[in-house]
Write a new protein. Structure first.
Length: 415
């Protein structure tokens, strides 16, 4: 694309040629398992900070280069260059083709951006230099292109389901797409996650509803419910004690590692995932004790007494209970409330047993496809991690959950 940018402003390109270039790019990505056919093509060209893949599309790059050329030609002072431009435009107009200035003006008007900056002798009302005005116009054009792509995706019934969920209440959009920038996720995993987010995974339910090629839509593993991505990742009994538990344990390992790092407790060299039954589950020094996946003895009768992590900070007189869970994206808030209620009696009994200690239950809930609710806020308030460490914890857990979800989907589709 970097090579083609030099030719976009000086040669005539038909829209079909640009679409063909984008189609060829998607074909190459599909051959290398970096993009799957059912996923939304528009999300390829969205920036990663907005939930896309950050690829430069030919059509969008052509529009940006055409506007950039028009902005340059409208302010150039060189006499020879202006004479050459007038000669070129006269030849183009004689052949009834759009000129560079007219193409730039049409593109700006298409996105609702004022094209008066292309007028000869334009003066900014705020007195800004013309160079800053041109940069602002190009930045506004890029934002308008991204907004149009996002609107097109949200308008689709299946492809727009995940972008609409990200725009919902209680969803941390910035943290939900952090794995695209800092997660270092393999391309194959990234492609399958996007396919699942776009509701395009070739499950039996999709084959029956969309492609009309199957009558039996029950899950091929448990044969109990309709086979959807939600059922495979959250409700299939076949994967519950296999891939789903493995995914939970991988996320728990990241959480424990970061807790020990935040509290300054050395991580034993033998502590690796997956841990065995004989693995040590208690770590700490004199002032800090971290208990992992162990039965907590209390004086009262508690129904739930084995949380994932319990942190005793004796110097600060605090007890923090962490519970890791994965949930379907629209149910993140409900799952957080469920985990708090589940271990509230244990926190109450610990507060009675350790007089003067403050107890708190922190639910570590992550969406099956990487969506983050209020997790970042909960971790920042836990008093265990140092400043800005919560972002790294979220990204690490997110990566393990996504890789685990892709493993479950891959094994299920091969059954």
């Amino acid at each position: 694309m970097a090579v083609l940018r030099y030719y976009f402003a000086v040669t005539e390109w038909h829209p079909s040629d640009l679409l063909e270039l984008d189609r060829a790019t998607r074909g190459t990505l599909t051959q290398n398992q970096s993009h799957l056919l059912g996923a939304a093509p528009e999300r390829l060209y969205l920036p990663r900070a907005k939930g896309g893949r950050g690829i430069k599309g030919a059509a969008l790059t052509f529009e940006l280069e055409a506007v950039s050329a028009a902005l340059y030609l409208s302010t150039v002072d060189d006499v020879q260059v202006r004479a050459a431009v007038r000669c070129m435009e006269w030849v183009v107009e004689e052949h009834l083709l759009p000129t560079t200035m007219s193409k730039g003006r049409d593109i700006l008007e298409h996105y609702g951006i004022s094209a008066c900056v292309l007028d000869s002798g334009y003066q900014d009302p705020d007195g800004r230099p013309i160079v800053r005005v041109q940069k602002a116009v190009k930045a506004e054009l890029v934002r308008a292109q991204q907004e149009e792509l996002l609107t097109q995706v949200k308008a689709k019934i299946h492809h727009g389901m995940y972008p609409r969920q990200l725009a919902g209440d209680g969803i941390d959009q910035k943290a939900s797409v952090r794995w695209l920038m800092d997660g270092k996720v393999p391309a194959r995993v990234e492609a399958m996650v996007f396919e699942a987010q776009d509701n395009a995974t070739r499950t039996r339910a999709r084959e029956g509803r969309i492609y009309k090629t199957r009558e039996d839509q029950l899950c091929r593993a448990c044969h109990e419910r309709e086979e959807t991505v939600v059922h495979i990742l959250a409700g299939c009994v076949f994967h519950l004690f296999r891939g789903i538990k493995t995914r939970h344990d991988r996320a728990l390992y990241v959480l424990v590692r970061e807790i020990l790092l935040g509290l300054g407790v050395p991580l034993p060299a033998t502590y690796r995932y997956p841990w065995g039954q004989a693995e040590a589950r208690t770590f700490g020094t004199g002032s800090v004790t971290v208990v992992v996946d162990t039965v907590i003895q209390t004086r009262g009768r508690v129904m739930e007494y084995r949380p994932d992590v319990v942190v005793y900070q004796h110097a600060a007189k605090r007890i923090e209970i962490f519970e890791v869970a994965c949930a379907y994206e629209p149910c993140l808030l409900e799952r957080e409330i469920e985990k708090r209620r589940k271990y509230l009696p244990l926190a109450t009994d610990l507060a009675r047993q350790f007089e003067g200690y403050r107890t708190r239950v922190t639910p570590v809930v992550m969406g099956d496809l990487g969506t983050v609710g209020r997790l970042r806020t909960h971790l920042a308030e836990a008093g265990v991690f140092w400043q800005d460490q919560a972002d790294r914890v979220v990204c690490g857990i997110q990566r393990e959950v996504l890789c685990g979800s892709v493993d479950v989907l891959t094994k299920h589709l091969l059954l």
